[in-house]
Design a protein around this ligand. Structure first.
Ligand code: FAD
Ligand code: PHB
Length: 397
């Protein structure tokens, strides 16, 4: 077995792992990233599109913000639609803040390139990655690459390995509580090189189910439809997708819809999941490894970013000031913001999707009344806007 050494070992080269490594590198803290698949595979996952300013600021601090700032689009509003009634939520007017529309694939690529340029080590296609002795002062990770077994010794392990990763499983069951809600539908996404239907995103609630009109640029659109979990991508030809979208988007928006050939189509399940705590000894769970949300509030990646911000501040204090005790602040600080994001995503998901017979008639009626109340009130719209642009990051004690 060959032995390597680093200060912070990072499992997973998704957006959380890359962002953390770039930030720590700026502070002179050494990291090695271990990733199970190839870089191209990571870039094949089309996911988030909406970035909070807090996330954008971190990406700039990490030295990877150039493309985001030149190619990303600043959005000052978003629309909610109930059948054909469109309600603008004027984010900047209501909160002074905005969001940036820039794809997760692009931000990941920018961070990968920056990592390579700065010579930060990442080992792709590392198999059997396993953390050990995380409660001790000498944790380490074993893994295999090209048939050779390695031991990576480190001070701390950042588990940035997503929902299906190995890090969360390292915390014994009796020491963690997992909260979960699995929704009875998925999101079918379609990407096409066609101009977006509208300048702002439209989140649409209809009797046929939820739909979202999003975009990546002036010439690339991203649309989603709520579909039953039993549906397969093969069930949805492009034509069928466009026909259904036309029925769910508000009528006066549909006249601007430009259809075309899809360049990607996929179905993702929707669920909320939170693991408490997010720390076990010298192992930290970051991003989707510790919590996931349904995509309705555009919060998953943004919560991953606030975890990274907290862990980055903690590890900087550990290495610069020798204050090892501050690591205990990670889980409580990160979880406070996570629960807020989980609640917002739950609220948006519950109110905008069609749950069919899973919800009784009374609950359905209550929910449409609640939505109407929020959307007819300036205060209600402000509450939505404040959460959509993202709550502030909490500082360490
Ligand atoms: P991941 O992106 O899952 O990365 C984890 C990495 O770890 C992967 O590369 C994986 O290969 C690797 N890995 C896993 N196991 C191992 C192992 N054992 N060893 C080594 N490596 C391993 N969020 C938003 O904020 N805004 C949005 O608009 C938004 N839209 C979304 C739309 C959709 C359709 C979906 C599905 C998600 C959306 N999200 C959104 C959520 C967002 O995509 C995730 O929260 C984000 O990917 C989390 O990043 P991460 O780095 O924590 O995890
Ligand atoms: C996206 O553009 O992929 C996107 C935007 C907003 C969401 C979810 C996904 O809430």
């Amino acid at each position: 077995m060959e032995t390597k050494k680093t200060q912070v070992a990072i499992i997973g080269a998704g957006p959380s792992g890359l962002l953390l490594s770039l930030l720590l590198n700026k502070q002179g803290i050494d990291t090695v990233i271990l990733e199970r698949v190839t870089g191209n595979y990571v870039l094949g996952r089309i996911r988030a599109g909406v970035l909070e300013q807090g996330f954008a600021k971190l990406v700039r601090q990490a030295g990877a913000g150039h493309n985001m700032d030149t190619l990303g689009e600043v959005h000052h509003g978003v629309e909610l639609a109930i059948d054909d009634k469109r309600v603008p939520i004027e984010l900047t007017k209501l909160t002074g803040e905005s969001v940036i529309v820039y794809g997760q694939v692009d931000i990941t690529r920018d961070m990968m390139e920056e990592r390579e340029k700065r010579g930060i080590e990442a080992i792709y296609e590392a198999s059997n990655v396993q953390p050990h002795d995380v409660k001790s002062d000498n944790p380490y990770i074993t893994y295999e690459k090209d048939g050779v077994k390695y031991k990576l010794e480190c001070d701390y392990i950042a588990g940035c390995d997503g929902f299906h990763g190995v890090s969360r499983k390292t915390i014994p069951d009796e020491l963690k509580t997992e909260y979960e809600r699995v929704y009875p539908f998925g999101w079918l996404g379609l990407m096409s090189d066609t101009p977006p239907i509208n300048d702002e995103l439209i989140y649409a609630k209809t009797k046929r189910g939820f739909a979202l009109a999003s975009m990546r640029s002036k010439t690339r659109s991203r649309y989603y439809l709520q579909v039953p979990l039993t549906d397969k991508v093969e069930d949805w030809s492009d034509e069928k997708f466009w026909e259904e979208l036309k029925k769910r988007m508000p009528k006066d928006a549909v006249k601007n819809l430009v259809t075309g050939k899809s360049i990607e189509k996929s179905i993702v399940p929707t669920r909320s999941f939170i693991c408490e705590p997010l720390q076990y000894g010298n192992l930290f769970l970051v991003g989707d490894a510790g919590h996931i949300v349904p995509p309705t509030g555009a919060k998953g990646l943004n919560l991953a970013a606030s975890d990274v911000a907290t862990l980055y501040k903690i590890l900087t204090r550990v290495y610069k000031q020798g204050d090892k005790k501050c690591i205990e602040q990670y889980s409580p600080i990160a979880l406070r913001r996570v629960w807020n994001g989980v609640r917002f995503s739950w609220w948006m998901t519950d109110l905008l999707h069609n749950f069919g017979d899973d919800k009784d008639f009374y609950t359905q009626r209550m929910e449409s009344s609640e939505l109407e109340f929020f959307l007819n009130s300036e205060a209600g719209k402000k509450v939505i806007a404040e959460q959509y642009v993202g709550l502030p990051y909490e500082d360490l004690e």
